[in-house]
Ligand binder design. Structure first.
Ligand SMILES: C[S@@+](CC[C@H](N)C(=O)[O-])C[C@H]1O[C@@H](n2cnc3c(N)ncnc32)[C@H](O)[C@@H]1O
Length: 345
């Protein structure tokens, strides 16, 4: 059966992790069907504001309809989150109380969108989140060398039959549709072996490569920390180990004052912590959630909170605001921030 809606994963855990409160400002970097966004807006009322971002214009259309009752509290923009900093500046939306990433793709994209994300439906091998991107899955499948294909399937799919699959794809090209590709992979690995379809990992690898998912995640986490106000929360839900490893390593590194290798006798990195881990443990869905929404089974939520290091406090006009004009230790408002920045022009 096709999913006609996307059920938000770890919804109450996300609201709690973001510490959503009335009047807060939040960014949902992966707006999708707007499920998390609607809950954030509900919990931040009155006065809450949300900037929603999605690379997929269709997702933006759907989310705009779903969130229309929230009026001017929400703005949905069709952009790639790798440009997060620029998007926030353009929309005058910083600093913020919380930033959410619910990575990967939505049920609306996976099921019958005709965009080639799933081998459950025959469709051209596209897999782009945005039609403005150049590279498609078909380009990769039909033009990469056998060695490049094997490397990509191994690296992004963690597929142990990567070389065999690459050899078969290379031999059988052109491969034009999702079903053709799934059949080639089934022949390569000698049919179905367990519960998971043998094409699953290759499809994941192609989608990650087409959308630069891992590179963009690495790049955006850095930007996100800089956009958070004091005690702002960064929440990331990931669905496979490659993503989760990046998030875990990033949050761990950013929560340490020194990131020198352990064998270094004294610190040379001069790194200062910008985050505090809110929960050391990864948060996963309850058995009841997995039962009612099987898509949630691989979800992992990590959360960290922005802290301001002592030496950061004296550095810029914006940081001076924390010292002198923090509004009783509460949030600084964009209007106040602008006022302070004016003084330094
Ligand atoms: C799992 S869905 C989000 C679902 C959403 N939380 C909800 O409750 O409906 C992930 C969404 O992120 C979008 N996405 C993935 N990578 C992106 C990127 N680099 N920039 C912007 N959007 C992206 C996808 O198009 C998809 O709509």
């Amino acid at each position: 059966m096709l999913a006609l809606t996307h059920i938000p994963v770890l919804l109450s855990e996300t609201i709690e992790a973001l510490a959503v409160g009335p009047g807060g400002r939040y960014i949902d970097c992966t707006l999708g069907g707007g499920g998390h966004a609607a809950a954030i807006l509900d919990h931040s009322s009155p006065g809450g504001q949300l900037l929603g971002i999605d690379a997929d214009p269709r997702a933006i259309e759907i989310a705009r309809v779903r969130l229309s009752d929230y009026g001017s509290s929400v703005k949905a923009v069709n952009e790639n989150f790798v440009e997060l900093e620029a998007i926030c500046i353009k929309n005058d939306f910083l600093p913020v109380h919380g930033i959410l990433f619910d990575l990967g793709l939505s049920s609306l994209q996976l099921n019958g969108s005709g965009r080639g994300f799933s081998f459950g439906h025959d469709a051209p091998l596209d897999m782009r989140f945005s039609p403005s991107q150049q590279l498609t899955a078909s380009d990769i499948v039909n033009t990469y060398s056998e060695v490049e294909l094997a490397r990509l399937i191994k690296a992004y799919g963690e597929e142990s039959y990567s070389r065999r699959i690459a050899r078969w794809i290379f031999k059988e090209r052109p491969v034009r549709t999702t079903l053709e590709l799934a059949q080639v992979i089934e022949r390569a690995v000698g049919g179905r072996k367990g519960r998971i379809h043998p094409a699953t990992k290759t499809f994941q690898a192609l989608r990650i490569a087409v959308n630069h998912e891992l590179e963009y995640l690495e790049a955006v986490l850095q930007q996100a920390v800089g956009l958070l106000g004091f005690e702002g929360r960064l929440v990331v839900i990931s669905y496979h180990s490659l993503e989760d490893r990046i998030v875990k390593r990033f949050m761990q590194e950013e929560s340490r004052d020194c990131i020198c290798p352990p064998e270094t006798p004294s610190c040379v990195c001069q790194h200062t912590a910008r985050l505090r881990l809110v929960s050391r443990r990864v948060i996963t869905p309850s058995p009841a959630e997995v039962k009612s929404n099987p898509r949630s089974r691989s979800a992992k939520l990590r959360v960290a909170e922005r802290i301001i290091a002592q030496d950061e406090l004296s550095a810029t006009a914006e940081r001076l605001h924390f010292l002198g004009r923090t509004n009783g230790g509460r949030w600084r408002q964009p209007a106040q921030l602008k006022e302070v920045l004016q003084c330094f022009r």
